[in-house]
Write a protein that binds this ligand. Structure first.
Ligand code: FES
Length: 224
């Protein structure tokens, strides 16, 4: 007895006795209409979603420009004291885009990281590297204290106690030769050797394997 299940079906609709079929036709009209309707639906959905998706995702990959803002004359800053300066880190959103930077002149006897044109003044971020609370500089103790969970940083912004995972972030600084003013540029992160890294979020250690586990954000300004 022939195995009917193994008989190969003809690809022609006429051979399969489909009502209304034409000779040489391989796709039924019902199937053709289904494909056309689904295709049109997919095109319509893509027309709405792709532009919205691009609008939402594109800024993630857009590199921020380097922006510099004046913070004072060189004589305003000493090696022994931090000056508290309000700087803008996100323009266009008013006071919500401001933050505090603690700035002093570089002191070669304690600032042992390599000197270049961007660190004649040391500008520390006030954002705690545990969870991001604002730290406060206490001149009498020469410490930065975080009120949230007891994080403590020494005079150079290195972790001296508590849960912070890395030293305080820093800002590039420079002297504007035209205006004669000290300027603060983009933020960068440092590891426990004070080596520079693209800015990371609080809570992201960048010593050892941490720098790979917590990669730089796509919108980070290109380094000089
Ligand atoms: S946020 Fe500063 S110690 Fe937790």
């Amino acid at each position: 007895m022939p195995d009917r299940h193994r008989q190969k079906k003809s690809k022609y609709t006429a051979d399969r006795s489909i009502p209304g079929s034409f000779e040489g036709e391989t796709v039924t009209r019902r199937r053709l209409m289904n494909l056309a309707a689904n295709g049109a639906g997919a095109v319509a959905a893509a027309a709405f979603t792709l532009p919205a998706l691009g609008f939402a995702i594109a800024p993630i990959f857009k590199r921020q420009a380097w922006e510099w803002q004046p913070v004072g004359h060189p004589a305003d800053f000493t090696q022994a004291l931090y000056e508290t300066k309000v700087i803008t880190i996100t323009p266009g959103i008013g006071e919500a885009g401001n933050t505090i930077a603690y700035i002093r002149a570089r002191n070669p006897s304690i600032d042992t990281e390599p000197e270049d044109q961007y660190n004649h003044w040391v500008a520390l971020s006030s954002r705690c590297m545990h969870l991001g609370c604002p730290v406060r500089y206490v001149p009498a103790a020469q410490r930065f204290i975080c009120p949230c969970h007891g994080g403590v940083y020494d005079f150079r912004g290195m972790v001296a106690g508590g849960p912070p995972v890395r030293p305080l972030d820093r800002f590039y600084t420079r002297l504007n030769s035209t205006t004669g003013l000290v300027e603060v540029g983009p933020r960068y992160s440092v590891n426990s050797e004070l080596e520079r890294f693209s800015p990371r979020f609080p809570g992201e250690p960048i010593d050892g394997i941490g720098q790979f586990l917590y990669p730089a954000q796509f919108d980070t300004a290109a380094r000089p």
